[in-house]
Design a protein around this ligand. Structure first.
Ligand SMILES: Cc1cc2nc3c(=O)[nH]c(=O)nc-3n(C[C@H](O)[C@H](O)[C@H](O)COP(=O)(O)O)c2cc1C
Length: 219
């Protein structure tokens, strides 16, 4: 019998594109039988900078994640926009605060997947995922281990891609975010483009697929 996985969908969204994708992933997880919890990465930019960037207020109904919260879940959907081809600093700020979890291997053996947003088609959707994977791999080892790890020890946080299981990423008839690494959307340089129907469907599919894989793994 498969268990219902506890999955935290943790997002950072300055202009709302990723927020929509995160909500779609939550829907997908629910539909598959998983138990999602929607959380936000903490903001690190000062109010005056956010005002200059014309960033709307954050959704106060979505709790801000704290490092210790991560231990409560089987798996994580991390959803965030690209900055200069890699993750926003707000994501690194959370990761950098997990040293104690690393030292105690508290996240070792959990699973993760990533949803991204870029302004442009070639602005770094894949590099953003790839440059985040080192964080997941580094959770797999602790220098404070008294015993050497056995071959059956979990290998860090395990990244779950979507592959070509969502066949819409083969679609060449319209502009579309997403890759074998996971669902994605395109915001346009001025943020005017909203996630398309297929991208929202892709994020929902990503959530369903991830929940299915996690439930098999934890059962
Ligand atoms: C400082 C900065 C750097 C950015 N770097 C990139 C980039 O390298 N490639 C790209 O396509 N978009 C880039 N963008 C655009 C963001 O990725 C875009 O605003 C975001 O995907 C929108 O998602 P959101 O509405 O959820 O915040 C950048 C935006 C900012 C503010």
């Amino acid at each position: 019998m498969t268990k219902s996985p506890k999955i935290a969908v943790i997002y950072y969204s300055m202009y709302g594109h990723i927020k929509q994708m995160a909500h779609a992933a939550v829907e997908g997880i629910k539909e598959q039988g998983g138990t999602p919890t929607l959380l936000q990465f903490a903001e690190t930019l000062p109010g005056e900078v956010l005002a200059k960037m014309h960033a709307p207020a954050k959704d106060e109904n979505v709790p801000v994640v704290k490092p210790a919260d991560l231990t409560e879940y089987d798996a994580f959907v991390f959803a965030f926009p690209t900055r200069y081809g890699r993750a926003v600093a707000q994501v690194s700020a959370l990761f950098d605060a997990t040293g104690q979890l690393w030292a105690t291997q508290a996240l070792n053996g959990k699973m993760a997947t990533i949803i991204v947003s870029t302004a442009t088609q070639h602005g770094g959707q894949e590099t953003t995922v790839l440059t985040t994977i080192p964080y997941l791999a580094h959770q797999g080892m602790s220098m404070f281990n008294k015993q050497p790890s056995s071959l059956t020890s979990p290998p860090g946080i395990i990244y779950v891609p979507v592959g070509y299981k969502n066949q819409d990423i083969m679609n060449m008839t319209e502009i579309l975010g997403g890759s074998p690494y996971g669902a994605a959307t395109l915001a346009a340089g001025d943020g005017s483009r909203q996630p398309s129907e297929l991208e929202i469907k892709g994020a929902k599919f990503h959530g369903m697929h991830f929940s299915e894989i996690v439930s098999k793994y934890i059962s």
